[in-house]
Design a protein around this ligand. Structure first.
Ligand code: DON
Length: 552
């Protein structure tokens, strides 16, 4: 009897230890001030969801080139109390006056500047609505408190960093075009390191959003000011567009890989579906036992096939029917796997043709865990660096150019070289297809929370991260690993400068792959792991960026 009681006590202790919350909270984001904003809110009694509001709002101020109040994103939430996973879809929508040929000239050619620069390129922002929804439904604190740090940074300014300068140099011409955007320059030039960017109008706007729980942005005085600024500069927004905006809760996409549950973004992101297809294909191989060239070859073939399906099928679920059950079914992947030659590249042209997709250069991701075991992965965007370059002077809101994520014309690649089909054609009120892939990967012992910016390359970066997490590597290792990417078209394996040894490069070429070394590295991954059994929390921020990962 005593023995039974002893075993029972041991069992209770064991279950208790597994179910206990993490020993530390952790936040990884692309900017040290945003990571601190999150901790400030946790320390004032907020949970991971309040911290997500704080980090999102802070990033909107201190990374004006990446995401913002004038943009949107996907927030993947896990609530510990009822074990709920949910995706908050705060993606931009096309204005009511948008139509499928709006970026074509008289000859039917795409005029890229129209879908990328200025107010015509901007979808109706979802971030204010999403933050109000997260705070109201999942948070514990009033928005005024969670947005406090962001409001402070907007008023007091933040310092220009090397990354800021790179982004501003890249978009200098378009920032010069719209007078209000001078906020981001000094005398029309890229500001020097350490210069302080102050955004007083944005501070007022953020305060109004916080006080009204975003109501003023969609129906009140901010709405009127935004529409006036947009229309004066040739845009097509109306008050009705803002009034109609709805944030949507969606069930995430789920898959399995080597005993791990993978939970990721649902359409209108293509991320979760493509990840699950790739992981299903790769489940059939023992990747860790393979030489680098063979391993890379198989991963590339999985990427090629999943991106082909992305281009063909995916779009806004409220507008298009998608064969999601098939695309995420292990048997479908087994069929794709069967057609992969173990040692020869399949030219993309040999895959079934598609009726003709789209995607980024700057965007941002953060990952948060609180000590109750709630966690958040969020990828947010205004698309191109500094979005459309158009700053509304009355409100200080920089507008996105997410309309370029639509397929402006079937088969014509967008800014990220992605092609798309009918499923992603422009229509009023529709959400453009995205690659943003905030993701959780977990089993009973370990939970990873990850994601990254990087346009069309987001999904393959997250894939490489998951594969290494599955092999037991820590976040530092999977975040710093060299990257490679294939997106079906163009039919090329892109890789970071140091990704492969000469022997591996040669072996891949012999298998029929065309390789292209990029001049620069890519991505800015922010991830964390909660090891429940080992009672450890580790967070890591991509060494390629300027972010900060803290566990405390
Ligand atoms: O939603 C998308 O897929 C794009 N707007 C993301 C752009 C992006 O990640 C740019 N990043 N470096």
């Amino acid at each position: 009897m005593a023995r039974v009681r002893f075993l029972f006590v041991l069992l209770v202790l064991f279950v208790g230890s597994v179910q206990a919350g993490p020993p530390k909270a952790a936040i990884a984001s692309a900017h040290p001030l945003a990571t601190e904003a999150g901790f400030e809110v946790l320390e004032r009694g907020g949970n991971a969801f309040d911290a997500a509001v704080a980090v999102s709002a802070a990033l909107a101020v201190v990374e004006p080139y990446s995401s913002g109040i004038g943009g949107g994103g996907f927030w993947l939430l896990h609530r510990a109390s009822d074990d709920r996973d949910v995706m908050i879809d705060g993606r931009e929508v096309a204005p009511l006056a948008a139509h499928r040929d709006m970026y074509l000239d008289d000859k039917g050619e795409v005029v890229r500047t129209r879908s990328m620069d200025g107010p015509l390129a901007a979808g109706i922002p979802g971030e204010p609505a999403a933050l109000a929804h997260i705070a109201g439904q999942y948070g514990r604190l009033p928005m005024e408190m969670s947005m406090g740090p962001a409001i402070r940074h907007a008023g007091q300014g933040f310092e220009v960093t090397p990354h800021y300068r790179r982004m501003a140099r890249f978009r200098r011409d378009v920032l010069r075009e719209f007078p209000a955007a001078a906020t981001f320059l000094t005398d029309d030039e890229v500001p020097p390191l350490g210069y302080r960017i102050r955004q007083p109008e944005l501070a007022r706007t953020l305060t109004s959003i916080a006080k009204s729980e975003a109501e003023s942005f969609y129906r009140g005085e901010l709405a009127a000011a935004l529409v006036a600024d947009v229309r004066e500069a040739g845009g097509i927004w109306t008050l009705e567009d803002l009034e109609n905006y709805r944030v949507i809760e969606r069930a995430p996409i789920r898959g399995r890989y080597r005993g791990l549950d993978v939970i990721s973004a649902a359409p209108p992101s293509s991320g979760g579906v493509a990840l699950v297809t790739m992981l299903n294909i790769l489940s059939g191989y023992d990747l860790s036992g393979l030489q680098p060239a063979r391993r890379t070859h198989l991963i590339v073939e999985a990427m090629r096939r999943a991106y082909r399906d992305r281009a063909e099928y995916l779009g806004d679920p409220d507008f298009v029917e998608m064969p999601l059950a098939r695309l995420t079914d292990p048997d479908y992947a087994a069929g794709l796997r069967a057609a992969i030659h173990p040692e020869k590249a399949t030219p993309s042209a040999m895959l079934p043709g598609f009726t003709h997709a789209s995607t980024g250069r700057d965007t941002t991701h953060f990952s948060i865990l609180d000590t109750d075991g709630n966690y958040v992965a969020a990828t947010l965007s205004i698309n191109y660096p500094f979005g459309s370059g158009f700053l509304s002077k009355r409100t200080g809101v920089l507008l996105n150019d997410e309309m370029d994520d639509f397929s402006a014309k079937p088969g014509v690649p967008n800014a990220y070289g992605l092609v798309g089909a009918e499923a992603n054609a422009i229509a009023s009120g529709k959400r453009p297809l995205s690659s943003m892939s905030p993701t959780f990967v977990r089993n009973a012992d370990r939970i990873a929370v990850l994601g990254t910016p990087g346009g069309s390359r987001i999904i393959t970066m997250v894939l490489l991260g998951i594969l290494e997490f599955a092999e037991g590597k820590d976040p530092e290792a999977w975040i710093s690993r060299p990257r490679f990417h294939h997106q079906y078209l163009p039919d090329r394996v892109f890789h970071e400068p140091e990704a492969f040894s000469t022997t591996t490069l040669q072996a891949l070429e012999e298998m029929g792959h065309t390789l292209e070394a990029s001049e620069r590295t890519w991505g800015n991954m922010q991830g964390l792991v909660w090891d429940r059994r080992g009672k450890r929390v580790e967070a890591a921020s991509d060494p390629r960026g300027e972010g900060a990962a803290v566990a405390r």
